[in-house]
Structures are given as C-alpha cells and as structure tokens.
Design a protein around this ligand. Structure first.
Ligand code: MLT
Ligand code: ZN
Length: 485
C-alpha cells in the first residue's frame, strides 16, 4: 500500500548515535547486523515492511529513559516494539526509525493474591503472565491466539481485546497502573493498586491504545480475576448470525456465563481444516459456525446441551466438549495462520466492529459487494461477534487493489454505524480512513494531547498523523488524504 505519511527525520544511521546507544545498553544490545534486523522490520502478515539502522534492547526503565533522551537529542525518531504481533503496521519502523525493543523487560515483579494484581515488565508475554497468575489461582483475563509472543506492553499499547473480552473486558479496563518513558526520556509513573482512585485524568487509560505515540510503556500493573472453574465449549452450525446472537442470549438467560463467543464461516472452517488436515467437526455444512465457551454454577455441559436442544430448529448441528476443548478451539485459533498460508498475497486484515443489531446486515452487504467490485478476492470473516467485532480478512488482493478494497469495506462499516478499528488499532493500515471514525474536534484534541507530550512527534511518527487530514469521510464522499503534518 502506498505510504502517505512523510518519512520522519531520522538519525538512526548516524555512527555517533549508535556509539551513544551502545554506551547506554552495551554493544551486544544494539543490533545493526542486517540479517538480525530482519525480524524487527516486518510484521507477521508480511504486508508491512520497513527499515532501521538499529534495534536497541534496553534492560530496564532507566536504560529506556536514557535511550529515548539520547534519540531525542539526536533528532532520531523511535518506534517501540514488543512481540511484533500487531496486524496494522504499528510496530514496524516504516521510515528508518530506531526500534526500541522491550524484549529484555521480562521481569514479573509481583503477584498480589489479596489485591489481585500483577506487576511486570512490558516485555513479559501474555502466556508468561497468565502462567504466573494461574499459580496464584487467578487469571490475567486477556487472551489472544498470539499469547506466546504478544507482550504486556503491546497489549496495553494496542488496548487488545482478544478471545475473553466478553468476560473480562479489554486491556484498558484491566490496567491499574503504568510506567512509561516519554519522548524526551522523562519517566511517567502512575502506579496505584487501587480499584478506586479518582485523582485527575486517567493517564494509564490514555496510554492504552496510544500505539506507542505517547510513551514507551516499560512496566504495567494489571488487575487479575478469578478464573472460570469448569467450562464447556460448543461449536454449533447455524444458518445466520442472528441465530448466533440468539444462542448467546439464550445461554445467558439459562444462567450461564459466556466466557467466549466466536463466529466463523463455512469458508474459514474449510481453510483451517485444509491447513491443519482436520476432519470437519460438524455433520452439516452450515454457512456459519459459532464457538461458545460457558461457565457457571450449574453443570455447564448439561445446561449447554439443554439450551442447544431448545434451539434445535435453528442450530443445524453442534459438537460439545468440556473445557478447555483445545480440539474445538483450534478451528477458531488457526484462522489467522490459515489465511496467511492460503492467500497468494499478504492478506488485507480489516478488524472492524458494528453495533450488534447491524452485524447481520453488514455481513449481508459485504459478501455481494466484494464479489461485484473485487471478483478475484476471497473474503474470510471471523471474530468476537458477541462484542460486535468481525475480522474481515481478504485473501488474494493484488497490491493495486489494496487501497480501494480497504476503502470499500471501511465505508460500509461506517454506514452501519461501526468502528474502523475494533481491537487491532489504527496503525498504518487504517490511518488514511481515520476520519471515518472520529470527528474533527476529536482528532484535534487527540493531536493536542500528543503535541503536549511529544511536540516533535519523535515517537512512532508515522502513526496518528492526521493533523492535516481533510475530514471528508461519510457516505459517498471522497476521503481526505492524510498529508504530512
Ligand atoms: C484473532 O482474533 O484471531 C485476531 O485478532 C484476528 C486476525 O488475525 O485478523
Ligand atoms: Zn481478534
């Protein structure tokens, strides 16, 4: 996709800067070897690729602070990077920025089982944090298919939702405290293990979802929760999305707690089955499948079966297993990988949401519209549908079509009152369309906040670069281009 933002000024290749960075973190932790840089300059979709002259791996907050102050003084822009599992090009150095990796900030400092909190470095993976929480009988509450690589700093910076958001909320709602380094090296600490703390602006909430434009998150204080006891999982074939929503509602009505509710399509299930060589889990070839995981005081599997039996007219077939039901979950969790492997071009991944009442109409228009305007493209839609969140993955999109097809889908989302980014963030992928999601004054306020913290836009300068964008989103209008600000 053509990159509309202007390259940031960058002194990343300056040998004096490299020497100074080496003095701060040690020569072994400033990577300049092109072969070793490879894993830091592209995202895992293969769609977003940039360059950098240096990846710096500080050991602690003090070193991050010194690194940022040094880059700031040298006029070198910085891109913070965690597990690099993002899908919108937000953690990739697209214009030669210095990459500040959190990969060494891996200390889990404390789990407080009474206050139910976990404090840890930004580079701790979601899987490692969950394992630690489980040892104390608690859960982090955020879970993603990329749990083994995605980091706490990354999920905060993108305000990740994931597979359990319906039960535990998004990352922002679980973030009690944060330590972050600002563009000039100052350390911002808001660290109170309190459920109620009403003194001033919600700065941790502001850093959550800021995609590394306001500060480099170095430590986080996360809320922990009681995990579900016994769970049961059903994979049900259904004729339409309305039946999926009705099923979720019936399960809640029966007193069950929804731990997860995921939508898949016939095409997506086939793709995963082919990729992993799995048997079809259901006897019917239903247009949609939902995976629901439930918990509750009753015997869940019985309660789940009786709700499914009560909806036998609409549920075409179902498979039920006790949790964790890895076999059923793999049909859902392997979607991202299967799409990546099956697409002849890097997939265009559009993570969107609509009001629940509009999902069906949105999907009903999406398929025919894509077939009409982009006949060679194969769409696969899946996602956390009970949150209104659909991942529109588009395979076999020629590079020349990427912009037009993104425009087509995001305008449709806007027409249905949805959001152009539900959980993956804006990154580079959605930047030209941000005016479809926010009003001009809203954009101006966000830009003013950024300007107050980072006047020279040294942190992730290619993102949230809307200052000069014309606001012409909306039905039928030509979208204003993002211009260099
Ligand atoms: C997921 O929920 O699996 C990812 O957020 C979606 C994707 O790969 O598009
Ligand atoms: Zn998702």
């Amino acid at each position: 996709m053509p990159d509309q933002a202007a390259p940031a000024r960058s002194a990343a290749g300056d040998p004096a800067l490299t020497d100074a960075l080496q003095r701060i973190v040690g020569p072994a932790h400033v990577i300049t070897d092109p072969a070793m840089l490879e894993g830091y300059v592209a995202d895992r979709t293969g769609r977003w690729r940039g360059t950098t002259a240096a990846v710096v791996r500080p050991a602690d907050t003090a070193e991050v602070s010194a690194v940022l102050a040094c880059c700031h003084d040298a006029g070198a822009a910085v891109v913070p990077q965690g597990g690099n599992t993002g899908l919108v090009g937000g953690s990739v150095p697209l214009h030669g920025e210095v990459v500040v990796s959190t990969s060494r900030l891996t200390a889990i400092d404390n789990v407080d089982p009474v206050g139910r909190t976990l404090s840890a470095g930004a580079g701790v993976t979601v899987a490692a944090a969950e394992e630690k929480a489980r040892r104390h009988g608690l859960t982090l509450g955020i879970d993603l298919a990329s749990r083994d690589s995605a980091t706490l700093g990354g999920i905060v910076s993108t305000n990740a939702g994931g597979l359990r958001m319906i039960r535990y909320g998004d990352t922002r709602s679980r973030l009690l405290g944060v330590e972050a380094v600002l563009a000039d090296g100052r350390v911002l600490t808001r660290w109170k293990a309190l459920t109620k703390d009403n003194v001033g602006y919600d700065l941790p909430g502001l850093l959550a979802g800021a995609e590394g434009t306001l500060g480099v998150v170095t430590r986080v204080l996360m809320k922990l929760s009681e995990p579900a006891g016994e769970t049961a999982v059903a994979l049900a074939g259904i004729p339409d999305v309305g039946e999926g929503l009705a099923l979720v509602r019936a399960l809640e009505h029966a007193g069950l707690i929804i731990e997860a509710a995921e939508l898949m399509t016939r095409d997506g299930m086939r793709l995963v089955g082919d990729h992993l060589r799995l048997r079809a889990p259901l006897d019917v070839d239903a247009p949609y499948a939902v995976l629901v995981e439930v918990s509750g005081p009753a015997v869940q599997q019985d309660a789940l079966l009786s709700v499914l039996a009560g909806r036998a007219d609409a549920v075409l077939d179902a498979a039920v297993e006790h949790g964790p039901a890895r076999r059923l979950w793999q049909y859902r969790e392997a979607h991202t990988e299967s799409v990546g492997v099956a697409s002849s071009t890097p997939p265009v991944k559009l993570d969107v949401s609509t009001p629940l009442s509009r999902i069906e109409a949105f999907l009903g228009e999406l398929g025919p519209g894509l077939s009409e305007h982009f006949p060679g493209v194969r769409p696969v839609c899946f996602g956390h549908f009970a949150d209104g969140n659909i991942h529109v993955n588009l395979m076999d999109v020629e590079p020349a079509q990427q912009e037009a097809i993104t425009d087509h889908v995001l305008r449709l989302v806007a027409r249905h009152g949805g959001s152009i980014s539900a959980e993956h963030g804006v990154g580079r992928a959605k930047l030209p369309w941000i005016a479809l999601g926010r009003e001009p004054v809203d954009l101006a306020v966000m830009d003013a906040v950024r300007g107050a913290l980072d006047p020279a836009r040294m942190l992730n300068p290619g993102l949230f670069h809307w200052a000069a964008a014309a606001h012409r989103g909306g039905d039928g209008a030509v979208l204003g281009r993002m211009l260099p600000g």
